[in-house]
Write a protein of this length. Structure first.
Length: 207
């Protein structure tokens, strides 16, 4: 699967390598970059629909696996922009959030802190990956997850008028075992995909 992804990306880049978006002759993103960002935005939207509903708090989804993976594979800049794009698409009403939901009511609802901090999750994972060091990679992903936890819990607490402990139990505690597995999957799978893309000249060594 990883080899197929890499081969497909190579063919795509060969077709469009001479095309890019420029401002005053300065290259910003190639068409290849935009395609990869669009693909990962779609992957995040699809994985957000793989959910395990809970009676209280935030549902378990694979969304938080796809977001740091985007940061690791695309890099911090492209991964962050991809995540922002995903949030904006959902904010205008496209049902890309968990449970095929969308709109500002979701972005600024009780789980809004988690959604709004998704870009920081992708950014931290991407920065860790760009160091080309396994410890930095793991550290970046973990920091991103912790920031996502903090933003989500504080926002949920304010929105629902619950104390921080109640909010932590409802929004984070039950997710910790699953998130440990997600962090491991992102680190191992993301590192392998990124190495393949770097070997074929399809990924940037920074941002």
């Amino acid at each position: 699967m990883i080899v197929c992804l890499s081969d497909g990306a190579q063919r795509l880049k060969n077709l469009i390598k001479t095309r890019s978006i420029t401002v005053k002759s300065k290259k910003i993103f190639s068409i290849y970059d935009l395609c990869m960002m669009g693909v990962f935005a779609a992957i995040i939207a699809v994985m957000a629909q793989i959910i395990i509903p809970l009676p209280y708090g935030v549902p378990i989804t694979l969304q938080t696996l796809a977001i740091p993976l985007a940061g690791v594979v695309l890099g911090s800049k492209r991964g962050t922009i991809t995540t922002i794009l995903y949030i904006l698409i959902g904010a205008v009403g496209v049902p890309v959030f968990a449970g095929f939901t969308g709109g500002l009511g979701i972005v600024f609802g009780p789980t809004g802190g988690f959604i709004l901090s998704f870009p920081f999750l992708a950014l931290a994972a991407g920065i860790g990956a760009e160091k080309n060091n396994r410890w930095w990679l793991w550290g970046g992903i973990i920091v991103g997850v912790l920031v996502n936890y903090i933003c989500g819990v504080v926002y949920f607490s304010i929105f629902t008028s619950n104390d921080l402990i109640t909010s932590f139990v409802a929004c984070v505690l039950v997710f910790i075992p699953g998130d440990i597995l997600k962090i491991t999957a992102v680190a191992l799978l993301g590192e392998r995909i990124r190495k393949l893309l770097l070997q074929r000249g399809l990924a940037n060594t920074n941002s």
